[in-house]
Design a protein around this ligand. Structure first.
Ligand code: IPD
Ligand code: CA
Ligand code: CA
Ligand code: CA
Length: 269
């Protein structure tokens, strides 16, 4: 059966738009905030509410589709066979709680392991990053150009500064050296937005030591459409079922940046 991806994308955008309104409205009220794996790993009732809102809609409209979400949905998904929705109801929960700014809803639709639709909604800026496989990536409906070349001295790298503080390597190329050679680094606290920024050229690279499929599944669809290179630190395709390291870069930059992170095991938070 061949799906109408454009129709599915439009339906998903409508749901995400409604979920975005819920998030904006919630900022006027006090939030119920809890921690998960550690004291810095926050979750609010809105994370659950948005995920449930999206999964209930998907279930009703597409009962044969599978779902995986950060908070509750599809904890036992063991394969990417069939159609799978991968959802991060709020990417950047810490920003949502502390800054009320720079957070996103990230939704991907994957068929048999291939990303078909990517939607990243930068809620407070009302900025939409969307892509359908083979049909280009868009920002607010305007097609994004293909990624061009940039050398490291002119490159802005998206990177969480906390990783740098923890790096102990002395025998190999260090991330500190990479950062010194770059033009600058930026850290927005939301992987989905950082991937979208890499897709639209605001970042020339984005590097993260540990992410989950819901952080990057939608971003991968966008990035592929503009010809950005995305791998893990072993130069392999990131998994859509398990956690992964992530190295995104312009084609001219990827090999060089890989030499700085290759064989890095990643860190735990
Ligand atoms: C987090 C953000 C953050 C990244 C973390 C993620 P969450 O997602 O994307 O930028 O550094 O690894 O877990 O928990 O806010 O959805
Ligand atoms: Ca989280
Ligand atoms: Ca996330
Ligand atoms: Ca999240």
């Amino acid at each position: 059966m061949s799906e109408n991806w454009k129709e599915i994308k439009d339906i998903a955008v409508k749901w995400v738009e409604d979920a975005g309104k819920m998030l904006k409205e919630s900022l006027h009220n006090s939030l119920d905030i809890k921690t998960k794996s550690n004291p810095n790993d926050l979750v609010t009732e809105m994370d659950y509410k948005v995920e449930r809102f999206l999964t209930e809609n998907i279930e009703k409209r597409f009962p044969q589709h599978k779902m995986m979400g950060e908070e509750e949905a599809g904890k036992n998904i063991g394969s990417t066979d069939g159609i799978l929705w991968i959802i991060d109801p709020i990417d950047g929960t810490t920003n949502f709680v502390h800054q009320k700014y720079n957070f996103a809803i990230s939704v991907a639709v994957v068929k048999d392991g291939v990303g078909k639709i990517g939607i990243i909604y930068n809620v407070m800026q009302d900025e939409w990053f969307t892509a359908i496989e083979g049909e280009g990536a868009y920002i607010n409906g305007i097609r994004l150009p293909m990624a061009t070349s940039v050398d490291l001295p002119e490159a802005i790298i998206g990177l969480n500064g906390r990783w740098l503080a923890r790096e102990k390597r002395i025998d190999d190329k260090s991330l500190h050296e990479m950062v010194r050679k770059s033009r600058s680094v930026r850290s927005y606290g939301t992987a989905a937005i950082e991937l979208a920024f890499a897709a639209c050229g605001r970042l020339d690279s984005y590097i993260s030591f540990r992410l989950s499929p819901w952080d990057y599944a939608a971003g991968l669809v966008l990035l592929k459409e503009v010809g950005m290179v995305v791998t893990d630190f072993q130069n392999k395709q990131p998994s859509l079922l398990e956690q992964s390291t992530i190295l995104v870069a312009r084609p001219s930059l990827h090999e060089e940046l890989l030499s700085y992170v290759y064989n890095h095991n990643g860190f735990n938070h």
